[in-house]
Design a protein around this ligand. Structure first.
Ligand SMILES: O=P(O)(O)OC[C@H]1O[C@H](OP(=O)(O)OP(=O)(O)O)[C@H](O)[C@@H]1O
Ligand SMILES: O=c1cc[nH]c(=O)[nH]1
Ligand SMILES: [Mg+2]
Length: 208
C-alpha cells in the first residue's frame, strides 16, 4: 500500500490547531474541511491528463485536461462528512456516495447502517474520506463494500492514521493509495488514536 504522509506546512499547521484541547466545534469543522482540501490537492496529483484542441481567443490552441475518469467522494458517516466539502472545493462536479458505519464502542468492530452509492460507481475513482483511521475496521469494511459494488480505483484520505490501522488496511487492501496529514503514535486501550484528535465525529457535530 502506498501511504503518503503529507508534510506540507499548511497541513501540519492546521492539524496542530485541531489537536488543541479547547478547539471549538466551529474551528474544528473549518480546519477539517481545509485540511481535506489540501489532502485532495495531493491525492489528485497523479490523475491522468490529456491534451485537447479548443478554440482560444486567438484561434485554435492545445490545453491540458484531466482524462476520462470521473470521481465519487465517499464520506464515511458521520465524521467523514466533515471532510466532504473540502474535497468538493477542488472537484465540484464529483458525485457523492455515502457509507454509514459506526464503531461499536465495546468491541471496536465496525457496524454498517447505511449505503447510498452512485449508480455507475465502477466507472469512477472513489475518494474515501474519514478523519480517523484507528483500528482500520471501519475503513476496511468500507473498502470491502466499494469493491463488492464494482469499484476499481480507490484512494483514501484521512486526517490522522494510527500504525495499527495502516497495517490492517495494508493487509486487506494492499493496492490502495492512502493520504494522511499524520501517522500518529498508537492506539490507547479504548481504541483512540494518540496523540490523535479525540472523537472527531463529536467534535465536528458538537455532540457529547
Ligand atoms: O478505525 P476504526 O477503529 O474503525 O475507527 C475509526 C472510525 O471511528 C470513528 O467513527 P465513529 O464510529 O466514532 O462514528 P461517527 O463518525 O458517527 O462519530 C471515525 O470517524 C472512523 O469512522
Ligand atoms: O481516535 C479516534 C478513534 C476513533 N474515532 C475517533 O473519532 N477518534
Ligand atoms: Mg465513523
Amino acid at each position: 500500500m502506498k501511504v503518503t504522509e503529507v508534510k506540507h506546512p499548511l497541513i501540519q499547521h492546521k492539524l496542530g490547531l485541531m489537536r488543541a484541547a479547547d478547539v471549538s466545534t466551529k474551528r474544528f469543522r473549518e480546519l477539517a474541511k481545509e485540511v481535506a482540501a489540501l489532502l485532495t490537492y495531493e491525492a489528485t496529483s497523479g490523475f491522468e491528463m490529456e491534451t485537447v484542441e479548443i478554440d482560444g481567443w486567438n484561434g485554435p490552441i492545445s490545453i491540458n485536461q484531466i482524462k476520462g475518469k470521473k470521481v465519487t467522494v465517499v464520506p464515511i458517516l458521520r465524521a467523514g462528512l466533515g471532510m466532504m466539502d473540502g474535497v468538493l472545493e477542488h472537484i465540484p462536479a464529483a458525485k457523492v456516495s455515502v457509507v454509514g458505519i459506526y464503531r461499536d464502542e465495546e468491541t471496536l468492530e465496525p457496524v454498517p447502517y447505511f449505503e447510498k452509492l452512485v449508480s455507475n460507481i465502477e466507472e469512477r475513482i472513489a475518494l474515501v474520506v474519514d478523519p480517523m483511521l484507528a483500528t482500520g475496521g471501519s475503513m476496511n469494511a468500507t473498502l470491502d463494500l466499494l469493491k463488492k459494488r464494482g469499484c476499481k480505483q480507490i484512494k483514501v484520505l484521512v486526517l490522522v492514521a494510527a500504525p495499527e490501522g495502516l497495517k490492517a488496511v495494508e493487509e486487506a487492501h494492499p493496492e490502495i493509495e492512502l493520504y494522511t496529514a499524520s501517522v500518529d503514535d498508537c492506539l490507547n486501550e479504548k481504541g483512540y488514536i494518540l496523540p490523535g484528535l479525540g472523537d472527531a465525529g463529536d467534535k465536528i457535530f458538537g455532540t457529547k
